[in-house]
Design a protein around this ligand. Structure first.
Ligand code: ADP
Ligand code: MG
Length: 674
């Protein structure tokens, strides 16, 4: 039996169970084996019945003298049995499992593991694990370190234990190790069979730990090999146009900008220019906080394409951001004869026919936009686009044999360990400083009882300093999708604030508004006709309104830290001092500790690392729907193992012949997430 076979190939797993296992991400027999326990019950202490003490966790072995259901006054069923060994007699009790009396038969020899307590003044094992003891049988559920697994509805640890034990034992010969002995020796890791056996059924915790370490290494290696393999494939593609940069022309471009680039912008431009001159297409991710100036860097790349007579395509996730890019690029290229078109689903604002830069939303993919000679594709905010949209645009911009250079921009800070594991196919540039002139933002945590005084304070600020405020509504469901519920909540908040701020102009912005209305609203806000803008969390992370200096975030504890940091990045852009007010009704210590991190002026990266530790990567990236898988076995904090896996992944890719089985296995899984 091949471990890549679906679980339903096991005679005892029917379609119903196969479906339930799917919820645990288990589809193949191999997946089942790699479903490792998150802890173990220590039932190793075997005791004669007479010596069992209250509060002791023990295993007893004995004959069942009786077992019956009894009914309590409240209509509950209790199962009470009597067990006897040579030393004495004791009670075993379960609650609400009436079928048990059929599974456990009178006169049979059983082993029971659990915690002893006093019940009706008798020493009793409460809800113990049990199994029948036959000569020569293996004990799985009692009398040992018993694995406890991540479970799902109607898939219990007991059930999983049985199936996993069957595969490990009946199919031992088919568990062949994809890693060569030599490598395992070098890494001091055990072979696959013993790693599996010891992860699931260890004799002691040390064994379990080293077994799990090996499986964690496998997991990391699989991810890293598959993303490096993707990179390898990418590099075999012929580039549409390799671009060489004429330094003098570029200096002229720099001189024309209204500002000078920050050091990290300069560094990123250098990395990008080096990519652009290669014979295979660039595939680079440019990450930087909101306001770090990613557009100017992308514009430098577009300038390189322009000087060689080629087009660039900019795809933004929303109409407003596409508009903003269009305006920014027009400003940046004012001194040059760069023709820029804007194309969105609302229509073509400016289609110059022959243009040098085409800016748009995903409408770029579907509309009849003619791409002539595209050398560069820029994709803004990659997490807002699905894998397919991204691939479509790149394909449309290239032809059958070639691909354009691809630059992806993201404000999501990617922790180093995550980048090493999941983004091996992309090269990474980081903007880790904000352009000068930004003032630090003062951040306050505002509990419920201070809400009204906060509103009064805001009114005063607006009056006195002619400033403006954003109000971000609570995050209701998924961080990156805007649901109707979310829009209703924003509308309610808007109505409430219109009353509270009745002498001011309050506006509402959400994703389901028509683009025209959204633009109008933003326009009013940027002109100062509206002082307070209520918006859903999803809307327009990138908008740039320097006069807005106050940001209120409702139910701030529901957001990831990096996400709060991004939202806060919309203020602090002008000359005036900026304030971020984190409203929260939750006063628990953990919430306060998390939110406090935001007061400490940490960078987006530090905050992302912190959330990775406290709440996992879902906080940073959203859920699997957005193409992000979490690690199942390995731990994000295990930097050593992650680096080792990276090193070996490189070796695997450069010596594929030594790792044929591994590569075949990885290809069959197709696990690349991004
Ligand atoms: P983001 O990285 O969030 O996309 P933008 O590219 O929109 O940031 O830049 C934010 C603002 O900062 C824009 O108004 C842009 O013109 C300005 N900017 C970019 N680079 C610099 C710089 N080096 N110095 C001053 N301002 C800059
Ligand atoms: Mg931007």
């Amino acid at each position: 039996m091949n471990l890549d076979l679906p679980v339903s190939k096991l005679p005892t797993i029917g379609p119903a169970y196969a479906k339930r296992l799917n919820k645990l991400d288990i589809t193949t027999l191999g997946d089942l084996l790699y479903h490792v326990p998150h802890r173990y019950n220590d039932f190793r202490t075997l005791s004669p019945i007479r010596e069992v003490q209250p509060e002791e966790t023990v295993t007893i072995k004995g004959t069942i003298l009786s077992i019956k259901n009894i009914y309590t006054r409240y209509g509950k069923k209790i199962q009470i049995g009597e067990v006897e060994d040579k030393s004495g007699l004791m009670q075993v009790v379960w609650f609400n499992q009436p079928y048990l009396i059929k599974n456990i038969s009178k006169g049979g020899l059983y082993s029971f593991s659990g915690k002893a307590t006093l019940f009706n003044r008798k020493i009793t094992l409460m809800s113990p694990e049990y199994e029948s003891v036959e000569i020569g049988s293996n004990n799985l559920h009692t009398g040992r370190l018993v694995p406890i697994y991540p479970e799902t509805a109607r898939v219990s640890s007991k059930w999983l234990r049985g199936k996993i034990f069957t595969i490990i034992n009946l199919h031992k010969s088919e568990i062949s190790d994809p890693l060569p002995d030599k490598l395992l020796k070098k890494l001091k890791l055990p072979d696959l069979y013993s790693s599996l056996l010891h992860s699931h059924f260890p004799d002691n915790l040390e064994q379990a730990e080293i077994g799990k370490k090996r499986l964690a290494f496998d997991e990391l290696l699989y991810h890293q090999v598959s993303s490096l393999d993707k990179k390898n494939d990418w590099q075999k593609v012929k580039v549409a146009k390799s671009l060489n940069i004429d330094n003098d022309t570029f200096d002229m471009f720099l001189a024309s900008l209204p500002f000078s680039l920050t050091d990290s912008q300069k560094h990123a431009v250098k990395e990008i220019f080096s990519d652009l001159s290669k014979s295979y297409p660039m595939n680079r991710l440019l990450e930087g906080d909101v306001g770090s100036g990613k557009t100017a860097v992308a514009a430098a790349a577009a300038f390189a394409a322009f000087t060689e007579g080629y087009q660039s395509v900019f795809m933004a996730p929303t109409q407003i951001l596409a508009n903003q890019h269009f305006n920014t690029l027009n400003t940046i290229f004012a001194a040059f004869k760069v023709r820029i078109s804007l194309i969105t689903s609302e229509g073509v604002k400016a289609d110059l026919g022959k243009s040098d830069i085409i800016v748009g939303t995903h409408a770029l993919i579907h509309k009849k936009v003619k791409f002539d000679k595209v050398a560069l594709v820029v994709i803004d905010e990659q997490h807002r686009f699905g894998v397919e949209q991204r691939a479509h645009l790149i394909k449309k911009a290239g032809d059958r044999r070639t691909s354009p250079h691809v630059l992806t921009l993201t404000a999501t800070p990617i922790p180093r360990t995550v980048a090493l594991t999941f983004y091996g196919d992309l090269d990474l540039s980081t903007l880790d400083e904000l352009p000068g002139g930004r003032r630090p933002i003062t951040t306050w945590i505002v509990p419920q009882f201070k809400r009204n005084s906060a509103y009064d304070w805001i009114k005063k600020q607006i009056k006195e300093f002619k400033t403006q405020a954003f109000v971000i509504c609570p995050l209701i469901e998924e961080p990156q999708i805007e649901t109707m519920k979310q829009i209703k909540a924003a509308t309610r908040e808007y109505e409430k604030l219109t009353k509270i701020f009745k002498d001011y102009h309050v506006g509402l912005l959400h994703g389901k508004q028509k683009a025209k209305d959204k633009n109008l609203m933003l326009d009013k806000f940027s002109k100062g006709d509206i002082e307070i803008l209520v918006s859903t969390p999803v809307v327009e992370v990138g908008i740039d309104i320097p006069n807005a200096t106050i940001m209120i975030i409702e139910a701030s504890e529901r957001f990831g830290l990096a996400q709060l940091h991004q939202l806060r990045g919309r203020i602090g852009r002008g000359e005036k001092k900026s304030y971020c007010l984190l409203f929260t009704e939750n006063t628990s210590r953990l919430v306060r500790a998390r939110l406090k991190a935001l007061k400490e002026n940490k960078s987006g990266f530090e905050l992302a690392e912190l959330d990775l530790k406290l709440r996992g990567p879902g906080e940073i990236f959203g859920t699997r729907q957005h193409g992000f898988h979490n690690l199942k076995i390995a731990n994000w904090q295990d930097i050593y193992l992650i680096k080792k896996a990276k090193e070996i992944a490189k070796e695997v890719i450069s010596n594929p012949n030594d790792y044929r089985q591994l590569i075949a296995q990885i290809k069959s899984k197709n696990i690349v997430p991004n």
